[in-house]
Design a protein around this ligand. Structure first.
Ligand SMILES: *[C@@H]1O[C@H](CO)[C@@H](O)[C@H](O)[C@H]1NC(C)=O
Ligand SMILES: *[C@@H]1O[C@H](CO)[C@@H](O)[C@H](O)[C@H]1NC(C)=O
Ligand SMILES: *[C@@H]1O[C@H](CO)[C@@H](O)[C@H](O)[C@H]1NC(C)=O
Length: 182
């Protein structure tokens, strides 16, 4: 090469070279705050999405697909909490219809966890349509629960209502993110 380059070009090249070697090609884009915010940007409530992603230590080295996987993990954790809450509420319910509806909710969130585990595997396999189909099925359990319990004029406590709201927000957030992979 006949063109003399200023020394800082060499430094820059060296730095790029080092980061290429350390990181590999797949994860060139790290989930810094900017990437997390960009991915959560289209969510109805970006703060809920951002909070979930940042709560996971893997977010520091996650790419876009990694961020989606983290959100699915948050959903699965929420579903676990809600299964426990529905179990408690169902065993305490006196009204037969309400008890049955709450048992239905418990089952719904239990199956949602199965759907979300399957969704995570589909995501890993780059089967994005299937990923979203499963997230949607997992959301259906929550929607049906809310409808059935609401029809009995029963109000969940504010913390359960809040968790169900977060569950809906994270579901739509991850589906919008995954939609953009297709
Ligand atoms: C819901 O379940 C979680 C986890 O078991 C528990 O920490 C929380 O107190 C429960 N909330 C209600 C309102 O029962
Ligand atoms: C998803 O959940 C539904 C119930 O809501 C269940 O019938 C179906 O088998 C589940 N699919 C997977 C792959 O987990
Ligand atoms: C449930 O909440 C609604 C509105 O938030 C209220 O009007 C209603 O009285 C509550 N029902 C019960 C059984 O607490």
């Amino acid at each position: 090469m006949g063109i003399p380059l200023p020394p800082y070009y060499l430094t820059l090249f060296l730095l790029l070279f080092i980061s290429f070697n350390n990181v590999g090609h797949r994860n060139l884009v790290f989930a810094d705050d900017a990437l997390i915010e960009a991915q959560c940007h289209n969510a109805e409530v970006p703060e809920t999405c951002i909070k979930c992603v940042k709560s996971d230590p893997r977010s520091k080295s996650a790419d876009k697909v990694g961020i989606a996987a983290i959100i699915i993990t948050c959903l699965s954790n929420k579903a676990t909490t809600l299964v426990n809450n529905m179990t408690t509420l169902a065993s305490g319910a006196r009204d037969k219809n309400l008890k049955a509806a709450l048992r239905g909710c418990e089952k719904g969130f239990y199956y949602a966890k199965t759907n979300l585990t399957a969704a995570k595997n589909r995501l890993k396999g780059k089967e994005y349509d299937q990923t979203n189909h499963l997230v949607e099925q997992a959301l259906e359990g929550e929607v049906v629960c809310k409808m059935n319990v609401g029809a009995l004029r029963y109000n969940f406590s504010s913390s359960v209502t809040f968790d169900m709201g977060v569950y809906e927000e994270l579901s739509t957030a991850v589906m919008r993110i995954v939609d953009r992979f297709v």
